[in-house]
Design a protein around this ligand. Sequence first.
Ligand SMILES: [Zn+2]
Length: 132
Amino acid sequence: MDIRKRLENDLNTAVSRLRQMGGAVAVEELPGAIGDNSPFADEVDGIQACGDREIGFATRELLVERVNRLSAALERLNDGEYGICVECEEPISPARLRAMPEVQTCVRCQDRIERLGRQFEPVGVDALGDDD
Ligand SMILES: [Zn+2]
């Protein structure tokens, strides 16, 4: 499995999708990969329900996050830390990495994080595979 190719490919796809969504965005917004302990920023709170527009924002938000995760994963690959959970430092299962090469936490930690972040349910997850 050539994980680097896969990551670079996914990164390119995510970045070009962001560009298509009308942002010169993306790369300038990258907050220096990881090192930021607050994955769920408060800025989203300001967005009120507003139909398609909200979905657009949410999708874009998800793409930005994906770009961040993918570039962080590439960095970890360069550092030889790829595949290690950033929370508990246990190896992440290969099956999980195949399914989502950009993950940086094991299933247990991801589960915990999702429980903590439940108030921030991404709206546009399902829309990602479905251009409209
Ligand atoms: Zn973990």
